[in-house]
Write a protein that binds this ligand. Structure first.
Ligand code: UDX
Length: 454
């Protein structure tokens, strides 16, 4: 295997979440990176040193890259491609109405590269999630556009970055996956990642693409599985948080992605499960497995609304507070956010919704124009008959419950992410609704090896 590559000239196509994190982190590793995007406004913002997205730890990398000249932004493909050795394609692939991945942006990117590349033999690295078997699309377009891009090596490099921890994830990957027909090209891309000290798996292209879909669909399945267990726990009177604890200590299961709640959202998990279910349909496999995962996911929101209806009666004209809008904490991303879906259900019930989110309010305004946006949890709770935690921002773990109760017309707290201690909330006089938690929670006793029972 080749050694590390110290300072390469790299073009990153797409200044979205994945493109920006990839570009800024590669620049931090000592490479010379040009990020190109067709969105002039976004590029102008980045040229002023401002991020169009919220991602912890990214701003310092942006500033460092700009100061050293190792990270540039442009709308010109010609400029970005001059003298490059690697071209990373990191554009989004939204869902079509049938649930398949829409390749329009990937095709456009390949076409623009084909038209603008003047010479050299750069390696094209595809980070965008494309349906298994369609990766040759990039190959074909590059070959059709221009003799300079004919037969360029294309490496598939699925990304596993999580929003909110994307910079950390880039520098500490569990693994790097590369798919390529040409072992020499794969080795050159592997050399870029060698300083990260993670295992690198090189496979054929289709296998690499499938690893991405299978990983995300498995994570979604884990979440829907625990949510289904939560729903059974509500029936039998068990506590899902302790069930997850006991399951997670089994090394074959693992503790991650076993948090029951309002379900998964974001730009990847919902879209990838839909796309894999579509692939299962095309290849006559069992799409009902992933369809159940999706159904359980949306039902999580409907089930909490039904439980609120049982406690409050009709919600017509009643003020209800919701804390959290983003699809998870530490991001302002509201794409496919469970909170938004939940709020729409409350609106359908006739409730007047008052929300607070530390980051995502501006993003949500266009999608939810008829709700009241508040500047803190207590303002949101003012005069409300119930308050729901829809996203587990850290600040919601330390709510001043006494103050919250003072603000509310009726003390009903629905903890859609199981972040609060039910006993404490009840001691403050609230009716508490968790996800998969019994009326009386018996705290777990954990004895470490060698420790005696008290
Ligand atoms: C995901 C994958 O983790 C990442 O590898 C891939 O590259 C992109 O998609 P991301 O969308 O940033 O990353 O979010 P993630 O942290 O995976 O969470 C996804 C959703 O699942 C969130 O809505 C989160 O709230 C929810 N979730 C997660 C649960 O409901 N329960 C859990 O136990 C874990």
């Amino acid at each position: 295997m080749q050694q590390t590559t110290k300072s390469a000239a790299i073009c990153v196509v797409g200044a979205g979440h994945v493109g920006l994190v990839t570009g800024a982190c590669l620049a931090d590793m000592g490479h010379r990176v040009a990020c190109v995007d067709v969105d002039g406004e976004k590029i102008a913002l980045l040229q002023q040193g401002r991020l169009p997205i919220y991602e912890p730890d990214l701003q310092p990398l942006l500033e460092k890259g700009a100061a050293s000249g190792s990270l540039r932004f442009t709308t010109s493909y010609e400029e970005a491609l001059e003298g490059v050795e690697f071209i990373f394609i990191a554009v989004n692939t939204p869902s079509t109405p049938e649930g398949a991945a829409d390749l329009r942006h990937v095709r456009d990117a390949a076409r623009c590269i084909g038209q603008a590349l003047k010479g050299g033999r750069p390696i094209v690295v595809n980070k965008s999630t494309v349906p298994v078997g369609t990766s040759e699309t990039v190959d074909h377009i590059l070959s059709a556009e221009n003799s300079a891009t004919e037969g360029l090596p294309v490496v598939s490099n699925p990304e596993f970055l999580r929003e909110g921890t994307a910079v950390h994830d880039f520098f500490h990957p569990d693994r790097v996956v590369l798919g390529c027909r040409d072992p020499e090209a794969a080795a050159r891309v592997a050399a870029l990642y060698r300083p990260l000290n993670s295992p690198i798996l090189i496979t054929d292209v289709k296998t690499a693409e499938m690893i991405k879909y299978a990983s995300n669909a498995f994570l979604a399945t884990k979440i829907s599985f625990i949510n289904e267990i939560a729903s059974i726990c509500e029936g039998v009177g068990a506590d899902v948080t302790q069930v997850a604890l006991g399951m997670g200590w089994d090394r074959r299961i693992g503790p991650d992605f076993l948090r029951a709640g309002l379900g998964y959202g974001g730009s990847c998990l919902p879209q990838d499960v839909r796309a894999l279910s579509h692939m299962a349909y095309i290849y006559v496999s069992h799409r009902q497995l992933l369809n159940a995962v999706m159904q359980i996911n949306v039902d999580q929101r409907r089930r909490l609304v039904r439980r609120l209806r049982e406690v409050l009666g009709t919600m017509e004209d009643k003020p209800i507070a919701v804390l959290g809008l983003s699809f998870k904490p530490d991001t302002d991303d509201i794409r496919d956010a469970p909170a938004l879906d939940f709020i729409r259900l409350l609106e359908y019930e006739g409730a007047h919704v008052r929300v607070y989110d530390p980051q995502a309010a501006d993003q949500a305004r266009a999608e939810l124009p008829d709700i009241a946006y508040c500047t803190d949890p207590y303002e949101a709770a003012q005069g409300c008959l119930a308050l729901i935690i829809a996203t587990e921002w850290d600040e919601f773990r330390s709510l001043d419950l006494a103050r919250l109760k003072e603000c509310m017309a009726k003390p009903v707290l629905a903890d859609g992410r199981n972040v609060l201690d039910p006993t404490t909330v009840r001691q403050h006089g609230f009716t508490y609704l968790g996800v998969g938690r019994p009326e009386q929670v018996q705290p777990p006793i954990i004895l470490e090896p060698g420790q005696r029972e008290a």
